[in-house]
Design a protein around this ligand. Sequence first.
Ligand SMILES: Cc1cc2nc3c(=O)[nH]c(=O)nc-3n(C[C@H](O)[C@H](O)[C@H](O)COP(=O)(O)OP(=O)(O)OC[C@H]3O[C@@H](n4cnc5c(N)ncnc54)[C@H](O)[C@@H]3O)c2cc1C
Length: 507
Amino acid sequence: MVAAIEARQAGARVAIIDKGQIALGTNSALSNATFFGPTRQYSPEKYVKDTLRTGREINREALVRLVAKEAPHAFSLLRSLGLTLVEFQGGYYIKSVRPDLIPGITLVKALAGKIRSVSGIEVLTGVYVTDILKEEGIRGIRGFAKTGEEVLIHAPAVVLATGGAGALYLRSDNQKSMMGQGYYLAAKAGLELWDMEFVQFYPLVMAQPGLPSLLLYPPYPERARVINDAEEDILEKYGIGNPSEAHITKRDTFSAILFQESIKGPLYMDYRMVPASQWKKHPLSLLARIKFDFRKQPFVVAPAAHFFMGGIRIDEGARTSLPGLFSCGEVAWGLHGANRVSGNALTETVVFGKIGGRNAARYALTHRMSQSEPKALLEKSSHGISSSPRTLREFRQRMREMAWRHAGVVRDEKGLREGLAKLGKVEADLKGIAPHTVNERIGKENLMSAAFVLKAVLTASLSRTESRGSFIREDFPRQDDINWRKNSCLKYDWGEGRFSLRYHPIG
Ligand SMILES: Cc1cc2nc3c(=O)[nH]c(=O)nc-3n(C[C@H](O)[C@H](O)[C@H](O)COP(=O)(O)OP(=O)(O)OC[C@H]3O[C@@H](n4cnc5c(N)ncnc54)[C@H](O)[C@@H]3O)c2cc1C
């Protein structure tokens, strides 16, 4: 949405295409609307230092420095939408319009409102993009609508802002459809995928049957405890300290401890001792809408897949290696290195959304489509899909369990090899499925993306024989700076059906 606003302001005709709704269907809508970045109290130098330290020094420093410089402009853009930014040590959070609403909803609604108020931005919802069209440069995209019609959109520039892939895991706090479609689209267009082994897991997400997989938004309330069946206090047992700080400063070890403990038996969040005064305030106020007696009953929690650090390489202009293709947000790679500082994803989306939108517009205005090509922005052909009942639910479940078991919080060589072998079988079975309805086609596309991304995660994880940031190998528990301070780069060979993997020095 930020890229669209910027591209329109730069004079281009713009279309936003989304398989769901443009605002509420995103992960941005689920966010805590916290933006990490320089403020009056927190210097750009400190931002750079903390981002590199959390990323275990394999971030692309040029991007980190760029975000340090550009973040104030990103924050100004948010203020210009009427949003209230409240400063904290290390950034801003957006004040939610209502205490019982997830703050991200306030954020995306403000952006969607702006989109509606600007003429010249066409919004196409319910269009699932399956291909980026290219010849020498970008030609547009192809996809299909909910009606089953094929959709072709001709454009000299495309900004890929498709988010991450957290939902390919059994436990995830993402929107259910976040299956890594953008990584798959990019790889089909011939792009490489970088540092795909780095997946961030959030330590505390609801895992109680019947409750949504909702992240427990920080700050954690006073006197909240994480306990097991024996009522042992897990945070105390491992000296985690204040969980609100731990989820920022040691999110990886915090998640790993909870993951290992939850293999022994369920873990519960216990709010029974939380003072009454806290229930009306954020974040506990968010629980008011859920039918469960949180004040009286502990509920099961577990770590869950949260964010993908890896993705598509972009330069400081949000350009990918394909002329005319730009990228921003979670699908793009480079800022975070081996782990992400809490709040740095949203700062990234706005900074690179602005840059990508502006540069895509400039590119489009100087690389117009030739006259022989259709003038209409949107073309539909009517290859409707005939409907017949069929379910892909079983495949989805198998894939998500496999991801959790073999590419989860803690990995090892045996598990990764087993995961790759099992995935090969699932992929082969999946290819044999012929969808009969639009929903089945969506389901199959989602699973093809998920299988592809999981293969990337498993392949890159198997080769990295160390532990770094969010990436924890039980068989190689130490960070090895002599051999592994480098970035992985996967390229898919579509003829051979496999990835080749190279490493690049940091930079
Ligand atoms: C619960 C939760 C809380 C979070 N809180 C914070 C926070 O407070 N601060 C922070 O910095 N980060 C936070 N994060 C991370 C952050 O929210 C995300 O990284 C960020 O929102 C990603 O933004 P994006 O624009 O890249 O993608 P998204 O906001 O996820 O949007 C991607 C869009 O692309 C569409 N799309 C994908 N594939 C296709 C396709 N093939 N065809 C058509 N459309 C497609 C999707 O439908 C979706 O609408 C949080 C994440 C979660 C899950």
